[in-house]
Write a protein that binds this ligand. Structure first.
Ligand SMILES: Cc1cc2nc3c(=O)[nH]c(=O)nc-3n(C[C@H](O)[C@H](O)[C@H](O)COP(=O)(O)OP(=O)(O)OC[C@H]3O[C@@H](n4cnc5c(N)ncnc54)[C@H](O)[C@@H]3O)c2cc1C
Length: 371
């Protein structure tokens, strides 16, 4: 089978990786350089963690993803994951956290072994950088969870795929897709056709496939790298990632400064606005507002200097599901809603399963809902 893949982010590359193992012949077309700094699968890190509110499917999918990442590390001969552990504030009296931990248990994780409820005193002792009020209700932590070095993964995977013989073409924008003919048109007017065309165009997907605009919306997001006060750096380097994500599109996440990277604060609220092709501009007020989300959680917040805000895009789906859309020879894959990188390895496998008939669209779509 000959397959054209449009998009060299994690979804496109992982699909190429998984499909190649089935014997498919692959041409991957990326509009920019590889990695593309404007794509979503770049930056220093993307988080992977088990707590997924009451979404049992996504909770289980994290285990599948860890296994698939391990397979990728073996193929690459290098690992691009740093385990930090996961910290969530709010003890068993917090209904949302109690429900999340119950879901973790249904997925096979165990309180005592994998999950540890923490009292306010333990939190205050172990995490003195946090405000007393923030830890007053207790919390829980897991040893698992950490940072996937996403930019490095994309770079290493693209290089690996080219090395093992796939046709990987950076700086090759696709301007049109014909699902019936299995054909793509390139910016220079030339055309390529194949048995299947996979569109994994990230936040640009609705430009190529306007019909998908009913299912996914590009969303401009801001993250901010900060410099903590110098006397706290060593303590931050031992901190787990921190999640403060409420049900219903709220909250922030904090990535501690793992070796070689800065300390990052991300805004989990979806903007559902913006154009990924537009200039990536931001205001100082916007950046400050992201940091302000940590007010009341981090001591001495005013001493944290903003060093680099970054604008990034992803698509949002109403239920935060991943989208697999099949139409004749076309398969569109969208790793949506700001949580798709961790699942990139298994999203690629799911796309390969669909194209090789191992799983049906109904099966994959149900799985991709993560419910
Ligand atoms: C601020 C932020 C924080 C995030 N944090 C996390 C996190 O902690 N954990 C997590 O799991 N996920 C996270 N995500 C989400 C994750 O990064 C995305 O789900 C994932 O990277 C999407 O990958 P993709 O391959 O679908 O898209 P992309 O990486 O954007 O890849 C799409 C590629 O297609 C190319 N392309 C588009 N149109 C064309 C065309 N016409 N022709 C050729 N090429 C084209 C683009 O240039 C791009 O390189 C975060 C996202 C953002 C923005």
């Amino acid at each position: 089978m000959q397959v054209i893949i449009v998009g060299g982010g994690i979804a496109g590359l992982a699909t190429a990786w998984a499909l190649h193992k089935t014997g498919a012949q692959i041409t991957l077309l990326e509009q920019g350089p590889l990695p593309n700094p404007l794509g979503t699968s770049v930056d220093d890190h993307r988080l992977i963690r088990y707590p997924y509110s009451t979404k049992l499917g996504f909770t289980r999918m994290v285990g599948e993803a860890y296994a698939a990442w391990a397979e990728l590390w073996a193929d690459l001969g290098e690992t691009h994951y740093v385990e930090t552990g996961t910290l969530v504030l709010g003890g068993p009296g917090n209904a949302q956290n109690a429900a999340t931990v119950a879901t973790l248990e249904r997925a096979g994780l165990r309180v005592g072994a994998d999950i540890e409820w923490l009292t306010a005193d333990t939190l205050a002792r172990d995490y003195p950088l946090l405000e007393e009020a923030a830890v007053a209700d207790g919390g829980y932590r897991l040893k698992t969870g950490g940072a996937l070095r996403c930019g490095r993964i994309v770079q290493a995977l693209a290089r690996h795929l080219a090395f093992i013989g796939l046709d990987i073409r950076p700086n090759t924008p696709v301007t049109a897709v014909d699902p019936t003919a299995g054909r793509v048109t390139l910016a220079d007017g030339s055309q390529l056709s194949a048995d299947a065309v996979v569109v994994a165009a990230g936040a640009w997907v609705t430009k190529l496939l306007p019909g998908l605009a009913t299912r996914v919306t590009p969303s401009r997001q801001l993250i901010v790298y900060v410099a903590p006060p110098s006397e706290t750096v060593a303590q931050w380097q031992r901190m787990p990632m921190m999640l403060s994500i409420d049900e219903g599109n709220a909250g922030f996440y904090l990535v501690p400064p793992i070796p070689g990277t800065g300390m990052k604060i991300g805004d989990h609220r979806f903007s559902r606005t913006g154009d990924p092709a537009a200039p990536r501009v931001f205001t100082a007020e916007e950046a400050r507002a992201v940091v302000e989300q940590c007010r009341g959680q981090i001591r001495n917040l005013d001493a944290y200097r903003i060093i680099e805000p970054k604008v990034c895009f992803y698509t949002v789906e109403a239920d935060e599901a991943f989208v697999f859309h099949q139409e004749d020879k076309l398969l569109a894959v969208s790793a949506c809603s700001g949580h798709g990188f961790k699942f990139g390895s298994v999203i690629g496998k799911a796309a390969a399963d669909l194209l090789t008939g191992k799983r049906t669209l109904a099966e994959v779509s149900l799985w991709a809902r993560g419910a």
